[in-house]
Design a binder for this molecule. Sequence first.
Ligand code: NAD
Length: 451
Amino acid sequence: MNSLIVESWNPYRSDDLVATAPAASRDDVTRAAQAARTAQAEWMSIGPTARGAALRRIGDRLEQEAGALAGLMVREVAKPVAEAKGEMARAIGIVHYAAQQVLDPYGETYPNDAEGYLLTQRRPRGLAGLITPWNFPIAIPLWKAAPALATGNGVLLKPSPEALGCATELVRILAAELPEGLVALLPGGAETGSAVVSAADAVSFTGSCAVGRTVISAAAGRGVPVQAEMGGMNPAIVLADADIERAAADLAYAVTGYGGQKCTATRRVLCERAVYDDVVAALRERLAGAVAGDPADPATVVPPLINAAATERARAVVDEAVAAGATPVYRGEGGVALLTGVPARAVLAREELFGPVVQVAAVDSLDEAVATANDTEYGLTAGVYGRAVDACLRVAERLDAGMIKINAPTTGVGLHTPFGGSKASSYGPREQGKTARDLYTQIHTITLGTP
Ligand code: NAD
């Protein structure tokens, strides 16, 4: 991609150019922001019921086009077809949920010593600037855009270059039911992203930590609210009384699903020593069964990674860990790998590797399990497996992660629950559910005295 043209290529068939567009310049972003501001006034003026109806119709359109959009995800970001269909179902659910949210209470009344009333009212920020990654090319832009629109905002979307085709289709569907210019698609890379941060009244970012920190500083420097969802080094703890086969099935899926290219993928497994050998054996067997290859084949779990650089980095990080002393218990097709004894100095021990790779270690106590799980700068998701619910809960409440799963994969969360992490994984208010509006609205307090 040169800086003026955005190109998105099929990761599985390297000669297939999926989408291309000129990158939006700073002037393009300014013009789109002006148009969106005009449209936002109209969007507010039609009232909540009409806004909800428009969102519902968007959901219906997504439903009608779900098959084609899932096919485009398979082609553009090599998402395995079953997961692509699942993402479409989620996308439809997100918009239908947002369509109902327009009728939620939007203020409170407070007691007042004097006569009269004290009221609060939530108002839209104005323009939401959305900067999104490629790994959920429909659902992530939508789980930001839907609440932004439901609460009365306009939207500037700067999608990942690798997901340009999906974003283009999504914005076409949104635009068909919304005032002209309310949602703007702004293709491009870092420069366009930075222009979007400069033009928005609230910023929502999902992507890597390094870029997230730049976006956070730029937005904070302008004094606009910002939310950033970033990477993870998600641990799963297997307690001695866990159902090992059941845990191994979940873990294998959370390690290999979409080739480990999910922010919530399990990266580290910590086992009580009594079950360590059994967990390693069961997980190894499951990993060996994860089918790699064509994302259009319904059997495929591990597609090619998003691009050649990602594939090369994954291989190099595993090689470096092995050279540093780790044991490669399993290395299979598609880069699937299970390592034990990964030394703390290895890159794999500290940095997120966006690939189907897991490290397993033994721990001698619950305290050690919790301390090791929390010994990372990240804190997105974490898991605990065990039969005794009280023990699982005691561990869960000590894990410093935004989303904690007991006897369930670290990947996957409900579309109506708060989504976000601790420490370096997240910044700002939570996404999704009722909490999403904290970013997209501002609370105003009104005092009504007697005349
Ligand atoms: P990335 O950080 O490379 O890019 C994310 C977006 O930021 C893209 O649209 C990119 O073009 C844009 N961008 C790049 N430089 C910018 C700049 N200087 N200013 C403004 N925008 C800029 O991430 P990616 O490779 O697309 O996605 C993978 C990463 O996303 C992983 O680290 C993963 O963990 C994370 N992720 C997190 C979540 C979550 O909810 N926590 C969800 C999905 C992915």
